[in-house]
Design a protein around this ligand. Structure first.
Ligand code: PEP
Ligand code: MG
Length: 597
């Protein structure tokens, strides 16, 4: 029998199932009398402190290799005392005269209803964090023994659970755990991030059929494709053992190659950096061979809390990234909220066209107090390593001049109080609005570098809402209009003697690398996981051939003609990239053939 989920951590494991029944508890609902209110509240407080003590104990024991992930557990500790959970439960016990389990359940339902409309991935994941914490407290309240006790596993096994919390996952480090399979979770949930950090294959989001797995059934877990085979025959096991070996060889090759420079066969070199948003992503950036961070999205600290983060909080986070990446540079992008990114600490009016509304730099120039704190925090952090500052959604010169004037005032204030910062910090703008492309020659005189944000540039150039599924098929990076815009941006940058980087998703699509190389993109910044693949393609190319390819595609009249020319080039230069999905590069199996994008 074959089940299907999402491959959340690559690798293949074969072993017996160990079923964990966590997450299936039903909340006991009970009305209480007025005189029991205080004791019920105390029972809740007691369960919360026990949960706190448990998480703190796990935190203390966390192995050195996983220290950088302790932030997740620390945030769980904070959530235990979050007003919306903790105080609301206490109030509900009193107001509704109900037991603690029920009141806690209600508090969580309330948070769900508040966030139900929010599509933002970060908020959805924080919701998952709240649920983990709540489950722990619920289990304690009902004296359930459901909390996992991973210390007792003696045989190597595959964990099968409804859900695993990051605290459960961290404990897997020293255990005989070959893989895990869960009903809930996504590739970007913290549990999945931890599984990847631990190198444990994982399949999450297995919505159907998990109940048909019995204790000790033999399982094959393919964390690359998301397949789970239950009680497979010998022949299948042999086939997967071979795949397991070939994956191990592949990883060794990737790790070996990821530290090689991104240099073409004729010696033309570009920089490859990582895009990141969470501090958890730093180890992955380093291990995948990033030469710094080309786009540090700074929205997460604003999304994480109800209040605006203080300058100190921002400074500490930026400083941590800079110090951990040193001596590599970090490009910090100033706040890009508005549009589809909702932040509870900044009240925004409803807009008919949020993507065309008060977003990014426009919002920051309006809410100067908020911007001021962030600029101070970035400048102060620049004293601890190489930082470049990047401004999003610039549409013309006036905005740059306003930003520069404000930045000068912030610098003046820091100088006056003898606060150190890098006086020569480089300034850049994202090129993601068509008007910025048209005046790129003018803008290039005002800044030290450009970074092309293709996610937005394509949306605005082709009038395709990037989050609207019904027009997603028209979102074409190879549209001649887009290709020409990228080309003229790079040309304007180079004519002015500044660098042109690209940090939109297009930079991280391995097959586009020859075009971007040929256009002269100096720096590619992308999701760390794809760095080895992009490097591999670059190392197969000859720069002059890429320049010729670009000359031809600039003459092409349609996206499909460009695609044809590109395929021809790839077939001649990187034929192995055309092999079936998991023959040579099993990771391609996640998205299908590398050429189907
Ligand atoms: C982009 O628009 O390409 C970009 C990198 O910014 P974001 O995806 O954060 O809008
Ligand atoms: Mg953008």
């Amino acid at each position: 029998m074959k089940l299907k989920g999402t491959g959340a951590s690559p690798g293949i494991a074969i072993g017996p199932a160990q079923i964990l029944e966590s997450g299936k508890a039903k909340t006991v609902k009970r009305r209480i009398s007025r005189r029991d209110i205080v004791s019920e509240q105390e029972r809740f407080i007691q369960a919360v402190s026990t949960a706190e003590a448990e998480i703190s104990a796990i935190l203390e024991d966390i192995p050195e290799e996983l220290k950088e992930h302790s932030g997740v557990l620390k945030s769980h500790l904070m959530m235990l005392k979050d007003r919306m959970v903790f105080e609301r439960t206490l109030e509900t016990i009193k107001k509704d005269q109900i037991n603690a389990e029920w009141a806690l359940d209600k508090a969580v339902q309330h948070i769900h209803s508040l966030f139900a409309q929010v599509k933002d991935r970060y908020i959805r994941e924080r919701m998952e964090d709240i649920e983990y914490v709540v489950k722990r407290v619920q289990a304690l309240l009902s004296h359930s023994t459901e909390a996992l006790n991973l210390q007792e596993l003696e045989e190597p096994c595959v964990i099968v659970a409804h859900e695993l919390s990051p605290a459960d996952t961290v404990q897997m480090f020293k255990q005989n755990i070959l893989a895990f399979v869960t009903v809930t979770g996504s590739r970007t949930s913290h549990t999945a991030i931890l599984a990847r950090a631990l190198g444990i294959p994982a399949v999450v989001g297995v919505e159907h059929g998990i109940d048909s797995i019995s204790q000790d059934d033999t399982l094959i877990v393919d964390g690359l494709t998301g397949d789970i085979l239950v009680s497979p025959d010998e022949q299948t096991i042999t086939k997967y053992r071979e795949k397991q070996q070939s994956y191990i060889r592949y990883r060794l090759e990737v790790i070996h190659n990821s530290s090689l420079p991104a240099e073409t066969r004729d010696g033309y070199r570009v920089k490859i950096k990582a895009n990141m948003e969470l501090l958890d992503e730093i180890p992955s950036a380093i291990s995948h061979g990033a030469e710094g961070v080309g786009l540090f999205r700074t929205e997460f600290l604003y999304l994480a809390s109800k209040e605006l983060p203080s300058e100190e909080t921002l400074y500490n986070a930026y400083r941590e990234v800079i110090e951990r990446l040193s001596p590599y540079p970090v490009t910090i992008r100033t706040l890009d909220i508005g549009g589809d990114k909702f932040v509870s600490s900044v009240s925004l009016d409803d807009e008919i066209n949020p993507a065309l509304g008060l977003r990014a730099i426009r919002l920051c120039l309006k809410e100067k107090g908020l911007f001021w704190d962030q600029l101070r925090a970035i400048l102060r952090a620049s004293a601890h390593g190489e930082v470049r500052m990047l401004f999003p959604l610039v549409s013309g010169r006036t905005e740059i001049m306003q930003v520069k004037a404000l930045l000068e005032q912030v610098k003046e204030e820091l100088r006056d109080s003898n606060v150190p910062f890098d006086e020569n910090m480089k300034l850049g703008i994202m090129i993601e609005v068509p008007s910025a492309v048209m005046v790129a020659d003018i803008l290039a005189r005002e800044v030290d570098f450009f970074s092309i944000g293709t996610n937005d540039l394509i949306q605005y150039a082709l009038a395709i809402d990037r989050i609207n599924e019904s027009v997603a098929h028209m979102y074409q990076p190879l549209h001649p209009g887009v290709i020409r815009m990228i080309h003229s941006t790079v040309t304007a940058a180079h004519n002015a003697g500044i660098e042109a980087a690209m940090c939109g998703e297009m930079a991280g699509e391995p097959i586009y690398a020859p075009i971007l190389l040929g256009m002269g993109i100096d720096e590619f910044s992308m999701n760390a996981m794809v760095i080895p693949k992009v490097k591999r393609i670059i190392r197969r190319c000859v720069y002059d051939d890429c320049v010729q390819l670009v000359q031809r595609i600039l003459e092409a009249s349609s996206g499909s003609e460009i695609r044809y020319l590109l395929d021809e080039f790839l077939r001649a230069n990187c034929p192995e990239e055309f092999e079936p999905a998991d023959a040579r590069y099993p990771e391609f199996a996640e998205t299908g053939s590398p050429l189907l994008n």
